[in-house]
Design a protein around this ligand. Structure first.
Ligand code: PLP
Length: 427
């Protein structure tokens, strides 16, 4: 590698570097990684509570996933699904049938969360012939232009490249902590505001879908209250609007249930979006809906060259094996409770920490500053300082939230009780 780059440099005089837009949260360069651990080129071991932003859920390089991907590489790497099918995709589809909500029996594949979000929006608009999408304050749905148009988790995701996609309308999210209310009051308020929006500005007859995450991810690790999701389902049914759940970050066991929305009893979305934990690090995403709904998208309107890649699909099948055989959904629930309880104890003495919250293995710590009059404001400086200090301590964490004032911890679903304790002591 050194020789090749030296030769290139000799030929062109040019040295390429990564785009400065890739602002790195830590100085770590990974040499190799296994389970909950990243081994840096600096010779240090880091306990990884970021999992590539909620992706390597079965831990880094799980042997079963590695073996499946290696075996698949030797059989077929890529076969384009509109031309020829391959067995990993057929097997994955069959296996997903066993974990998807009843009635969502048709699956479409893409590569990333953003592409799957776009596929869901395209499907919703084609199926309903209606233009509007209602999103909720603090939602994050990706960085393609359409996905960024649906994202309200911070201006940094969409500033500077408008015009964005039209037909997107934002309704309040029941952010109880920020409003200073209890959850029920916040839910009542947000549902009332949504009803008002539907009566005054965004007619249900012109509205294709509600789009929401079961736990706001980049928006600050805020679990969506089950009663709010149920209120959306009820309004969706009443008005003929589709309910799209973005389970890209909260799905695949991360919250201690297989899907994040399963914390809301009896709830079924019309379209479910999944990615991240689906294949333990291989790029693949999917949307699921009923066959009836899915057939409203005409051939050619959805798809992409690499969608449903064979190696990624084989890794996804192996991921499902591991989740099942190692009881990882239950582990996420139990270890998540351990993590949240421990964080609440660790954080209790600090006035600069306003809220500690989460669901399963998604934990968020919100940093605030308080002025002389007792008014609080988001404190991104403190959150960043803590996130960087944890790296120094050998614990990788990330920040999130519209004001970037939340430190989030996203351990692998294979995390052990000892690793959670170690993470807490380093935090
Ligand atoms: N939706 C949610 C809830 C996400 O958390 C993300 C990424 O963080 C996306 C969509 C976009 O996924 P990707 O970055 O794979 O495009």
């Amino acid at each position: 590698m050194t020789t090749a780059s030296a030769a290139t440099r000799a030929r062109t005089g040019q040295i390429a570097s990564l785009s400065p837009v890739l602002k790195q949260a830590t100085p770590v360069v990974v040499d190799h990684a296994l389970g909950s651990w990243i081994h840096g080129t600096d010779g240090r071991d880091y306990l990884d509570f970021t999992t590539g932003i909620g992706v390597t859920s079965t831990g880094h390089c799980h042997p079963h996933v590695v073996a499946a991907a290696q075996a698949q590489c030797a059989k077929v790497i890529h076969a384009q699904y509109t031309t020829v099918l391959h067995t990993p995709l057929l097997e994955l589809t069959e296996r997903l049938g066993g974990v998807l909500p009843l009635g969502l029996d048709s699956v479409f594949y893409a590569n990333s969360g953003s592409e799957a979000v776009e596929a869901a929006i395209r499907l919703a608009r084609m199926a309903t012939a209606k233009p509007n999408i209602i999103v909720f304050q603090g939602g994050f749905h990706g960085r393609t232009v359409a996905a960024a148009s649906l994202t309200t988790a911070g201006t940094r995701f969409s500033a500077g490249f408008s015009p964005l996609m039209s037909g997107v309308h934002m309704a309040p999210f029941p952010y109880a902590y920020r409003y200073g209310w209890d959850t029920d009051t916040a839910v009542d308020f947000a549902l009332r505001e949504l009803d008002y929006l539907l009566q005054s500005r965004v007619a249900p007859n012109d509205t294709a879908a509600f789009l929401i995450e079961p736990v706001l991810g980049d928006g600050g690790y805020l679990p969506t209250p089950p009663r709010f999701l149920q209120g959306l389902r009820e309004r969706a049914d009443r008005h003929g609007i589709l309910l799209i759940l973005d389970e890209v970050q909260a799905g695949f066991g991360r919250t201690g249930r297989f899907w994040g929305h399963q914390h809301a009893d009896g709830l079924t979305p019309d379209i479910l979006i999944t990615a991240k934990g689906l294949a333990s690090g291989f790029p693949i995403s999917a949307i699921a809906a009923s066959t009836e709904l899915m057939s409203k998208a005409w051939p050619g309107s959805q798809g992409g060259t690499y969608g449903g890649n064979a190696v990624a699909a084989a890794a996804a099948v192996a991921t499902l094996d591991v989740i099942e055989s190692e009881g990882l959904v239950e582990n996420a629930r139990v270890r998540g409770e351990q993590l949240l309880t421990g964080l609440r104890q660790v954080c209790a003495p600090f006035a600069g920490i306003g809220d500690v919250r989460g669901l399963g293995l998604m934990a968020g710590i919100e940093f605030i500053s308080t002025d002389a009059a007792g008014n609080t404001a988001p404190d991104a400086v403190a959150a960043t300082a803590v996130q960087q200090a944890t790296t120094d301590q050998g614990l990788l964490t990330l920040t999130c939230g519209p004001a970037a004032n939340v430190v989030r911890l996203i351990p692998a679903l294979v995390v052990t009780a000892e690793e959670i304790d170690l993470g807490l002591s380093r935090f």
